[in-house]
Design a protein around this ligand. Sequence first.
Ligand code: AMP
Length: 482
Amino acid sequence: MRFDLSTFQFVDSARAPDALAVVAADRSLTWAQLRDEAVAWAGQAREHGAAPDVPVAIYGHKEASFFVAMVGALLIGAPFVPVDTIYPPERLRRIVEIVRAAAVYDAAAQGFEPGDGAELAERGLAYVMFTSGSTGDPKGVQIGRESVGLLGDWMLGSFGLGDAPVFMNQAPFSFDLSMYEVFATLAAGGTCVLNSREQIGAAATWMARLADNGISVWVSTPSFAHQQLANRDFSPATLPTLRTFLFCGEPLPAALAKKLRQRFPDAVILNTYGPTEATVATTWIEITDAVLAAHDPLPVGYAKPDCELRVQDGEICIVGEHVMRGYLNRPDLNEAKLFVTEDGRRGFRTGDLGQMEADGLLFCRGRMDDQIKLNGYRIELAEIDEALHGLPGVQGGACAVLRRPDGTAVRLIGFVAGGATGEADARFLQPDALSGWKDRLALRLPPYMVPSELVACPALPMSNNHKIDRKKLLDIYAAIPA
Ligand code: AMP
């Protein structure tokens, strides 16, 4: 059985209905069970106000019911809004308010909480994915049903995943990387093995779990795969069915690709690139030994079918039907980031610096703005600035990023002005000053956005155009006496 991404219906029902569709952290579902539960969920969701074009939020972490709810929402045309529990309740509340969800489905409790539910202006969306926003609020990326159909076609047509692939899923469903596994599992009639943070944390048993389920496609950020290299069971001996590494979300370091080629010589490594705003990914390339010999840094690949790439004034722009239908209720951002081509197609200005070779091979050369990736998570620094500014008694807040020599972000440092110290020199906050600042920030930010240290300074350094001077923040940090 499989789920067709043009009709959004289960099809081929007679074919292997007992094959596994979802192996979740809590329980497993065959394809027949997934279909029956999704149909039943759709009925319940309707009773709670979900309807075509009326969104429903799904809150949870790697439960089978989370997957069921996404499919149920697709069945009835209600755009789903996936929110992992890595987001604090305050952020969930804000997202539900912004999107005006009919209800929040709690996947662990398998129950619905009512929302104020309203039809979206955009019709025929598959999902709305919230990502870090520079105003202090997350921003909703609206992805149409046509776009996920194209994603499925591309993956099945170009990635060589084989029949009934078994996907290793670990990225939270609130990170669009995970939509790779969701939609390819559905389109191919495959299996999605969901791994919770707790399961991944228990490294020895976790690899055995992946082996028992015969995973064939590893989907993650490069950072996540890098962390696994320390585990000796992360090897073909333990994972003999693993054939493909599918990477996206941040630069793939050549050194990591080389180590993976050594450890998994028979596996295919795919580097893919693209923002959430263009439905998971837009370019791809197989990282062969020849590519490794020719390039460091590695290219992000060639445009996927039905997509046009342009590098305009150094910025990567993406044109195609897989470009989002805009940020929800953000005409200002849509005006700045979206455009329509001469032949009427949707285009998106990514904010990524790029370079394209004559044959269309694309290289990504970093960002034009204050958006960063930390361990694969997408972060707008201004959103953290806002949260720091909201701490009691401070007159200004900003953050800066510590990076390795190769440019990889490793840590966030927070800075506050007019904090409790009032001294002329910058210094780390004493334990009693602004006590509980991490807990306060964690009420509105996910843990990966909470800085690891806080520095108080008399005033925040500004650049000539009255923006926070993040480079000078790093100078302040470096000058703090040990
Ligand atoms: P997200 O929306 O979380 O997928 O983040 C998208 C951003 O991550 C892109 O705009 C790039 O800045 C970066 N990115 C994604 N994939 C890659 C890649 N393969 N290489 C370099 N940067 C990437």
